[in-house]
Design a binder for this molecule. Structure first.
Ligand code: GLA
Length: 394
């Protein structure tokens, strides 16, 4: 996104806020969506992930009220939703469901004894919904920032991410890992973060300044089964740990199982559970190796590991789908594509590819056509750099 487009969006949220509430906002925050470069379905196994924040974000403009009311308005849907801090209930009405992220965050902050005050809040986002780019994490993190800004409370960004994760788990009901909120809260411009999801230590690794672009392609297939399948994968990983503990008593999560251990003891696991565990264990190894490769400038190697990650997600973890596979195949047919894989939870949503700068145009021209022929769907291509994490702008 160019600087101009960005300030146009800021102007839009500020002027619409003014129209809605009759005065300019005193608080403005942003929180980005994310793309995961590698390390998929490892975060709830205490493993490693390597996401970047993207140039798609949720903006929230706010002002203080003198009561306990939260007056919110989604500019994308032209839809208000109001509630009181004294009694926060999830919105049942379909049109107001988006406000549950704001309600969830308010409720979690209150349960943490963070003092909240009533606010007016206008929301404007351009993270595509249901595409696996973490629009929900961006909503939660932005709401957390807006609420704490309104009472001048400071919360450390790691804690902010953990509270957002709790909000999604408790209110939205999907037992997600920490990756999406963490990168939305802590992302850094031009860097991807290698996150150890057990210790929550992280390392910002520079993306190449020139020569290679991050290209996101959206299948436009909304992720249907994702919630139930996601929770089922988690349970299968836990089953694997329970069984392997009989021979490896010190393990706490699949992150603790080495490839050697797995080769020795994997046969103890039922076939499906074995496949799930194999994905997670090999994905952790690929993630750490890919980060080393990137640091040394070995983009070709990074791309190969991305491709292997996709194969493992498709064959062992079984979270891909024919649309994602077609899009990955179309991307890989373009000269100058280093690697391409599904990103996020799977079952639809987006792929991520690393593409030589000079091949980006031909990617844009070729991939949607090939994909359309294979699936009848229109792919949407987005080029992004790694963006900064959430921040208060006003
Ligand atoms: C979703 C979850 C994340 C992570 C990914 C898969 O995006 O929110 O925590 O588990 O799926 O890597």
């Amino acid at each position: 996104m160019s600087g101009n487009q960005k300030s146009a969006r800021i102007q839009e949220v500020e002027s619409r806020f003014n129209e809605l509430f009759g005065h300019p906002p005193t608080i403005l925050v942003r929180a980005p969506g994310r793309v995961n470069l590698i390390g998929e379905h490892t975060d709830y196994n205490d493993g490693f992930v390597f996401p970047a924040a993207i140039e798609r974000e949720v903006l929230m403009a706010a002002s203080l009220r003198s009561d306990d009311e939260i007056r919110t308005y989604a500019l994308n849907f032209n839809q208000p939703s109001n509630f009181s801090l004294k009694d926060i209930q999830p919105a049942q009405e379909g049109r107001e469901r988006w406000s549950n992220y704001i309600r969830a965050m308010a409720s979690i902050l209150q349960s943490e004894q963070v003092p909240l005050r009533g606010i007016n809040l206008a929301v404007l986002g351009d993270v595509p919904l249901g595409s696996g780019l973490s629009s929900s994490a961006a909503m939660l993190v932005a709401a957390g920032l807006a609420f704490t800004a309104s009472t001048e409370t400071t919360i450390d960004p790691v804690k902010r991410a953990l509270l957002a994760q709790r909000a999604e788990r408790e209110f939205v009901g999907v037992n997600v890992g920490i990756m999406d909120m963490f990168i939305s809260a802590l992302g850094q411009a031009n860097h991807a973060l290698l996150i150890d999801t057990r210790s929550l230590e992280f390392e910002a690794v520079p993306m190449p300044a020139t020569g290679v672009s991050i290209v996101i392609a959206d299948t436009n297939k909304k992720r249907g089964l994702v919630d139930s399948e996601y929770n089922q994968r988690r349970a299968q990983c836990e089953d694997a740990v329970t069984i392997l503990k009989n021979v490896l008593p010190d393990i706490r999560a699949l992150r603790d199982v080495s490839l050697e251990d797995f080769e020795r003891f994997g046969s103890l696991l039922p076939e499906i559970v074995r496949k799930r565990a194999r994905h997670v264990i090999t994905e952790d190894v690929r993630t750490l190796e890919s980060v080393e490769a990137l640091k040394r400038g070995y983009i070709t190697r990074f791309g190969i590991l991305m491709n292997e990650s996709h194969e493992s997600l498709r064959n062992d973890y079984e979270v891909s789908c024919s649309e994602l596979d077609s899009l990955v195949e179309a991307a890989r047919s373009v000269d100058g594509v280093y690697g391409s894989r599904m990103t996020g939870a799977g079952f639809g949503g987006c792929t991520v590819s690393l593409v030589a700068d000079e091949a980006v145009e031909s990617f844009r021209e070729t991939v949607p056509n090939l994909f359309k022929t294979a699936t009848g769907l229109n792919a949407k291509i987005t080029i992004t750099t790694a963006a900064p994490g959430a921040e208060r702008l006003l």
